[in-house]
Design a protein around this ligand. Structure first.
Ligand SMILES: *Cc1c(COP(=O)(O)O)cnc(C)c1O
Length: 230
């Protein structure tokens, strides 16, 4: 199957799941995770209607954004080092992977220089996995309050990478937990924070993520096929 037909098939599946659980498919963005795939693969999905693409490396994001149509919305979804923030602040439409005040402070500094506002998500390590980045759930509220003081950084919601599982049902608890955390933070009515985005669900578990309230699904393999790393 080609990437574009996979993309369209997943859109159809999103609509089907939404119909079953009473959600509006318009409130869900299918983010095509194009890391390791060529600009021409991105273009194929773009021509099939895709506008949101996710990368996990700064260099690759910069390379592709320079070569591809300007109306693509690039999402930074991977761990971000502070010394590389300057390369992407004016190229990304959303940074999903903010997990410290120090990183947000660097984004604030570079965004102020370029006079842009950068929308971000706080990454939460919902299952407490050693191997993963992200804030511990109990750190999220205090971190959000500190970042809310930055004028050029806008917290839009939460992101998580759930554990790798064979049966997506096993991740329902984590998606439900992330949604509840976002509801709790929203109820604090903190200035400069909105909690309208929940980035959760990947190829193996986006079906359950939709049922639990995801608004951005990050799908790589399901669209582009297995990745090959050099
Ligand atoms: C690679 C990646 C994805 C996509 O994973 P698939 O299982 O290929 O859909 C989603 N989110 C993040 C943060 C990733 O790094």
């Amino acid at each position: 199957m080609s990437a574009v037909s996979n993309y369209q098939q997943i859109l159809a599946q999103i609509a089907e799941i939404c119909a079953k659980c009473g959600r509006d498919p318009e409130e869900i963005t299918l983010l095509s995770v194009s890391k390791t795939y060529s600009a021409s693969s991105v273009l194929e999905v773009y021509e099939g209607g895709g506008r949101d693409f996710g990368e996990n490396k700064v260099q690759e994001l910069c390379d592709k954004s320079g070569q591809l149509p300007q109306d693509i919305r690039w999402h930074m979804i991977g761990h971000l080092q502070r010394n590389k923030v300057k390369y992407i602040v004016d190229k990304v439409s959303l940074i999903h992977s903010v997990d410290s005040v120090r990183l947000a402070a660097e984004i604030e500094k570079e965004a102020a220089k370029k006079n842009v506002e950068v929308p971000i998500l706080l990454e939460v390590n919902v299952a407490g996995e050693e191997s993963k980045f992200g804030l511990a759930p109990e750190e999220v509220l205090t971190t959000a309050k500190q970042i809310a003081d930055f004028a050029h950084v806008k917290i839009r919601g939460l992101m998580t990478i759930a554990p790798y599982v064979v049966n997506s049902e096993e991740n329902r608890q984590y998606f439900r937990f992330l949604r509840q955390l976002s509801v709790d933070i929203k109820s604090e009515n903190i200035d400069n924070i909105s909690m309208d985005i929940l980035s959760m669900g990947m190829t193996g578990d986006y079906d359950v993520a939709i049922e639990e309230g995801a608004t951005i699904l990050r799908v790589g393999t399901g669209i582009f096929g297995e990745r090959h790393y050099d």
